[in-house]
Ligand binder design. Structure first.
Ligand SMILES: Nc1ncnc2c1ncn2[C@@H]1O[C@H](COP(=O)(O)OP(=O)(O)OP(=O)(O)O)[C@@H](O)[C@H]1O
Ligand SMILES: [Mg+2]
Length: 456
């Protein structure tokens, strides 16, 4: 691509000289004052700006600062008279590429400096595009090829690049956090911060100070000023999870921030502007919360610009097995095991389950199986004892343990073997075993003791 150069100089001789020198290799645009330069700069993505320091009615250095505020990686050269060289040297320290002194004596040197500046611009652009690519590569793994997921991902691809507020609605465990991260990764803000906060998990005052930040002494314990997420998310994306749990007071504060794009830290009246894109999530339909009078209607309209519904796992044809295989792979690597494949009975059991807890429940199920299994094929029997795997419609051929033992003995034998493997998988740590199995720690401890796996 032919590089675009902007030459801003009120001296016609200088403009013409540079144009003639560069027009074979570059598209040269000329401006004789600040106004013309601003207009061109707004319209064209220049690879290089050559700016005269003294312009009629404008200071060239100031004008460059203005341009660089809009495009921090702008490569620019200041053209200056001998008298102004000190300013120019200071400007180079600010990040300007170089300066040239008029009158130009060595035209070859002039051409070389311009060539180097264009090289630098090329490098900046390559890094930028690499960063964009990496950001997409850094996007979370989202597994799903069912029609419902294809539809969802298509929608996300469309909205990610826009700056609109997105509201993610879906049952617990459907992947709202994951999709919020994906929106960030696919957005034009991906190189900027991504901050998330769970509005349901914090008391009102804590959530308020987390979002708004505070000044020193704003309240007891505020020993130093602290910026909030509204500030930290500047330029990037802010994810407010469980938005329906936000208190009425904070709902109205948030509404004001969204309306004004400005806010004040707690303990201060000084307004601060901020620019973040908001992503919200809720597992209770927000419209119902509005109807019930628990959520402000005006705020609802503010954040319900683009609403995206995450389908429950039971509506994603074929994805249960894809996800199970994905998690199997993940946990095999994590625990250094070689479990799998799933037997046909295991596949049937997985597909028949209702998965009330959606993808998260499936993920935990596979995590437990891999943690507990020494390796080898995974059968339905391996899934059922550790998971609440109740088939929707009770498959007739759901396998049962084929052991010639009386039921109480079989159960006791199972428990002993299960607990032994569980403890092994947890590296001997009872709390970790409790977490993996979902059995309360105290209860687990008693059972382990009964079997002699732990001592006081
Ligand atoms: N399509 C998917 N592909 C791979 N992993 C997924 C997918 N969807 C969800 N997960 C995983 O499942 C788990 C639960 O997802 P996530 O936390 O995003 O759900 P959520 O909707 O935010 O749940 P909650 O409403 O409880 O907050 C996470 O570990 C996530 O990585
Ligand atoms: Mg979540």
């Amino acid at each position: 691509m032919v590089p675009k150069i902007l030459v801003v100089d009120d001296d016609r001789y200088t403009r013409t000289l540079i144009e003639q020198m560069m027009r074979k290799t570059a598209e040269v645009h000329l401006a004789e004052d600040g106004a013309a330069a601003r207009k061109l700069f707004a319209a064209v993505d220049f690879n290089l700006v050559l700016m005269d320091q003294r312009l009629p009615g404008d200071n060239g250095l100031e004008l460059l600062r203005e341009f660089r505020a809009r495009r921090p990686n702008l490569v620019a050269i200041l053209i200056t008279g001998f008298a102004d060289v000190r300013d120019a040297v200071a400007a180079v320290r600010e990040g300007l590429f170089d300066y040239l002194t008029k009158p130009f004596e060595d035209l070859e040197a002039l051409e070389a400096v311009i060539g180097k500046a264009l090289e630098l611009d090329r490098a900046y652009r390559e890094i930028d595009s690499l960063r964009n690519r990496l950001a997409t590569e850094g996007a979370p793994d989202v597994v799903g090829q069912s029609a419902a997921m294809e539809r969802l991902l298509g929608q996300i691809r469309q909205v990610a690049g826009l700056d609109t507020t997105v509201l993610l609605e879906g049952e617990s465990g459907t992947g709202k956090d994951l999709i919020a991260k994906l929106i960030h990764a696919w957005s034009t803000r991906s190189a900027k911060p991504y901050l998330e906060v769970n509005c349901g998990g914090l008391p009102e005052s804590l959530l308020e100070s987390l979002l708004f930040g505070y000044e020193k002494g704003a309240f007891t314990g505020a020993s130093q000023a602290n910026p909030g997420y509204f500030e930290k998310a500047h330029g990037g994306n802010l994810f407010l999870d469980e938005i329906a749990d936000m208190s009425p007071k904070l709902q109205s504060s948030l509404l004001r921030v969204l309306q004004d794009h400005s806010f004040a830290r707690i303990g201060s009246t000084q307004p601060r502007t901020t620019d973040f894109r908001l992503i919200c999530a809720t597992n209770r339909p927000l419209a119902d919360e509005v109807k019930a009078g628990r959520f402000r209607e005006d705020l609802y309209y503010r954040i319900n610009v683009v609403a995206v519904r995450l389908p429950p796992l039971r509506e994603r044809d074929g994805d249960i097995i894809r996800l199970a295989a994905h998690f199997l792979d993940h946990y095999n690597t994590k625990f250094g095991k070689e479990c799998g494949p799933f037997t046909p009975a295991a596949v049937r059991a997985l597909e028949a389950c209702r998965w009330q807890g959606n993808v998260r429940e499936l993920q935990h199920c596979i995590e437990r199986v891999v943690a507990l299994q020494p390796g080898g094929a995974i059968d339905a029997i391996h899934l059922s004892p550790t998971t609440d795997l109740r088939p929707d419609d009770g498959h007739p051929d759901s396998p049962a343990p084929a052991q010639a033992l009386a039921y109480p003995d079989a159960r006791a034998e199972f428990e002993r073997e299960y607990l032994r493997r569980l403890l092994e998988a947890a590296g001997g740590n009872v709390s970790e075993a409790a977490r993996l199995s979902g059995i309360p720690r105290q209860n687990l401890y008693v059972r382990m003791k009964r079997w002699g796996f732990v001592t006081d």
